[in-house]
Design a binder for this molecule. Structure first.
Ligand code: ACO
Length: 359
């Protein structure tokens, strides 16, 4: 049996949800190119499209939007007793706690889980800042309400559009590490809340969804354009990874990066910051090409995500939680798809330890 330690090149599932074409730099979401959805459709439209015939929830856009609004209200009540403890944790760990409290036999688990991530994240951020959590407004779209609950004030239409574009872009992405985790847990028939909680744990790491906060740390540490090359070179010399660069599948470009970059540019107001980031990006690509010539390492989703979430005044340690607010949609769809496939995921390991002595 051949060994693939990171499972690269192994196909472990068939899915109708998304296609990640690494050679073409293309992402298809259930038959639609990412570029044709982000900025053109609502998040609720995409949730309904991804979930159709897979997830037990309404999937036509207006009904789903109303049901998700009601689910946010219900989630606000159910997370409230856990907030004092959750708010003492890092936001992503707080979400881990809140999701772990959702029963697997919750009657409306799919919408409740989507709602709980958004409502829980906002409530945790408010609580730790010493402010009361803000109740959801079920009449709003999910992106608008998430931003309003975090910020405590109504965001502008442009801000909502930017966040919605990001959430759409991050909703689903083939068999990434967290989605694979969701499918593994779902394949054991453990239940949807368990699958989603496990997926969140996989998302947390800096090689996956934990990257965007450290992107801002990197920009801060570099400080000014003239430091870029020396700083980046020294980081690679130490064996560090540059956050926001590289991808397991994409070789030419990560199409999500372009979409999110356009969204942050459309926001306006951060032109100087974007120019600085572009300078760092070019310097990083040059240093990576020089030091890692064997591998095509390009900008990934997380680099401009960090700038977008920073421009929306979201605290940097909450960036991964916002990512989770999007990806939970994909985790649920994949978990349901895996459950329908009725196949336990159970690969093998190759034993390289000592053998028992012959009797
Ligand atoms: N910075 C420096 N070197 C890198 C980077 C990077 N960002 N990415 C890959 N490399 C190097 C590796 O060190 C390795 O070099 P070597 O062959 O000299 O040892 C080579 O490129 C291949 O690396 P792998 O680990 O095989 O690449 P893999 O496909 O497993 O990694 C990953 C993908 C984890 C995303 C990687 O590119 C990385 O660590 N990036 C930084 C973290 C990041 O941005 N994460 C977000 C990913 S996007 C998302 O999850 C939504």
């Amino acid at each position: 049996m051949s060994l693939s330690s990171g499972l690269e090149g192994i196909v472990a599932a068939e899915t109708i949800l998304s296609e990640v074409d690494g050679e073409a730099g293309r992402l298809v979401l259930r038959g639609h190119r990412l570029q044709d959805v982000a900025g053109h459709r609502s998040l609720e439209w995409l949730i309904g499209t991804l979930w159709t015939d897979l997830v037990p929830a309404p999937t036509d856009e207006p009904t789903l939007r109303a049901a998700l609004g009601e689910a946010r209200l219900a989630a606000f009540d159910s997370v409230a007793p856990l907030l004092p403890h959750a708010a003492r944790l890092a936001p992503i760990e707080a979400l881990r706690l809140l999701l772990a409290a959702v029963p697997d036999d919750h009657k409306a688990a799919p919408l409740h889980l989507v709602a709980a991530v958004a409502v829980g994240l906002a409530a945790v951020l408010r609580t730790r800042a010493g402010s009361p959590a803000i109740a959801p407004d079920p009449r709003l779209g999910h992106a608008a309400d998430l931003l309003r609950m975090i910020r405590g004030a109504n965001p502008s239409d442009a801000e909502v559009a930017a966040l919605e574009t990001y959430l759409i872009t991050a909703t689903d992405h083939g068999l990434n590490a967290s989605t694979f985790t969701a499918r593994v847990v779902a394949s054991t028939r453990a239940g949807l809340a368990s699958a989603v909680t496990a997926a969140l744990c996989a998302l947390k790491g800096p090689l996956h969804g934990g990257a965007p906060g450290p992107v801002i740390d990197m920009l801060d540490a570099i400080g000014s354009p003239e430091n870029a090359e020396a700083w980046l070179d020294a980081a690679l010399q130490r064996g560090d990874r540059l956050m926001g660069f590289g991808h397991r599948v994409y070789r030419v470009t990560d199409p999500r990066s372009d979409v999110v970059k356009r969204a942050v540019m459309a926001l306006g107001g951060a032109a100087g910051r974007i120019r600085f980031a572009e300078h760092i990006e070019q310097a990083a690509l040059a240093v990576l090409a020089r030091r890692k010539p064997a591998r095509s390492l390009q900008t990934n989703l997380e680099f401009y995500t960090a700038l977008l979430l920073e421009a929306l005044e979201i605290p940097r340690d909450a960036f991964t939680g916002v990512f989770a607010a999007a990806r939970v949609v994909g985790w649920i769809a994949h978990a349901q798809e895996q459950m329908a496939a009725q196949r336990l995921i159970r690969p093998q390991s190759r034993y390289v330890g000592p053998l028992p002595r012959a009797a």
